[in-house]
Design a protein around this ligand. Structure first.
Ligand SMILES: [Zn+2]
Length: 425
């Protein structure tokens, strides 16, 4: 029976969920490993029954079985594990140990008992993944989840799962339509969905009437997203939502080392507005009012540069400042690039190229800055990132044909080629 052993995967994983919130994991490796590690920093705190390496608390001496305590990982962050009602969400990067270094070619088979829901394809009853998928990570649902009928967007199937662990008002139709129109608005940016396999988990938040409340996405290989919505939200609340478009747009953004917030969150915030207007989910007039309102409220540095604010955002909690100042930078770049090239190039084209170029290896922050400034024909990114004094946005308004009427309202000139091109690229 030797041929059978040779045909087996490089790693066979067996997860027993009988004793939730503790998982029992068995690993069978075709080749012996030097050390076994979680793929996410901090994942090691959930691993029980193994000896940690003295130099790295996320790496362990090789063994064939261990336990994962999901409760020890639960910090209300799905990037490790979190319990919502009776529905667990966990990231395989924190649960499945793998050899380090991980070989380029590495096939994994996963056998999991109990109601588990993930994005990995199934072959002969087993979930299968390769090194890239294992490295990129994905969310899994365990417990009170229910598969909904999948969506088809740009020819690609997207799996949908809803939580059944808590009561909520929204019907399946309302939830599906919400995700579908948000995915379509985002897919229009690249012409297709970015990942061959995608799964979206939908879970309600108690006492909230908002459509989109919060979201999170893992998207380095396959894309899995968690979208939280208000348990009391009605169809109208979902109609005005921007959160799902924001979160899902992260899946088509270039990969940048260190994930600088001014770019990752700022540019996503710009596109959450633009893509909804392009898709008809809000009017162009509403979008320009929103961007104008952001410029007035958030985009002037108060003695601290956007670069500084971006680096300290998680400590200072100046999220709106960084998100919207980044969006103002994105808008300024888009207008400058379009004006210089008479709409032949745009922020879209720079982002799309960077997305392609960052698939194998993430770009550095300075590479991204260089690409943006090269397209703009001047060092606008660096200048705006480092500015500590008031920025003059008047030229931006005139380039776009926007006339300020109040703190929250701009009037649109009858025709403006840059403004029109942003709306219909
Ligand atoms: Zn975001």
């Amino acid at each position: 029976m030797i041929w059978l052993l040779l045909a087996a995967a490089d790693m066979q994983v067996k997860i027993d969920t009988t004793f939730l919130p503790t998982l029992r994991v068995e690993l069978t490796l075709a080749e012996p490993a030097q050390r076994l590690c979680t793929a996410i920093i901090g994942g090691g705190r959930g691993i029980k029954g193994l000896k940690a390496m003295p130099d790295d608390p996320d790496c362990f001496q090789p063994a064939s079985a261990y336990h994962v305590d999901l409760k020890a990982l639960d910090g209300h962050d799905p990037d490790f594990a979190t319990l919502m009602g009776k529905a667990w969400m966990w990231n395989d990067q924190a649960v499945i140990l793998r050899p380090e270094p991980l070989p380029d070619r590495f096939d994994v088979e996963l056998d999991i008992n109990g109601p588990a829901f993930g994005v990995w394809p199934k072959k002969a009853g087993l979930y299968v993944a390769n090194a890239a998928a294992l490295d990129g990570g994905s969310y899994w649902g365990l417990g009170a989840w229910q598969p909904m009928s999948p969506l088809k967007v740009t020819g690609r199937e997207v799996q949908l799962f809803k939580s059944t662990g808590r009561e909520f008002k929204a019907s399946d139709t309302v939830l599906r339509d919400w995700v579908e129109r948000s995915l379509k608005a985002v897919a229009a940016f690249l012409g297709e969905l970015p990942a061959a396999r995608m799964a979206v988990f939908l879970a309600p938040v108690r006492l909230s009437s908002e459509g989109g409340v919060f979201g999170s996405i893992i998207r380095r290989h396959w894309a899995t997203a968690l979208l939280l919505f208000g348990a009391n939200a009605t169809a109208e609340a979902f109609a005005g939502d921007w959160m799902a478009v924001h979160e899902l747009f992260h899946s088509v953004m270039p990969h940048i080392k260190g994930r600088p917030a001014w770019f990752v969150e700022g540019f996503c915030t710009y596109y959450q507005d633009v893509l909804r207007a392009r898709a008809g989910l809000q009017t162009a007039a509403a979008m320009w009012d929103d961007l104008h309102d952001a410029i007035v409220r958030f985009c002037q540095p108060d003695g601290r540069s956007l670069d500084e604010e971006s680096k300290s955002m998680r400590k200072t909690h100046h999220y709106q400042k960084v998100y919207w100042s980044g969006a103002c930078l994105a808008l300024s770049l888009d207008v400058t690039i379009r004006t210089r090239t008479q709409n032949a190039q745009s922020l879209d084209t720079v982002m799309q190229q960077a997305w392609k170029d960052s698939q194998a290896t993430p770009l550095t922050e300075s590479d991204m800055v260089e690409r943006l400034d090269a397209a703009a024909g001047l060092q606008i990114t660096e200048k705006m990132l480092l500015a500590t004094q008031a920025i003059d946005f008047a030229p931006l308004y005139s380039s776009l044909g926007l006339v300020i009427k109040s703190q929250t309202h701009v009037e649109l000139s009858p025709h403006n080629s840059v403004r029109d091109a942003i709306m219909s690229p």
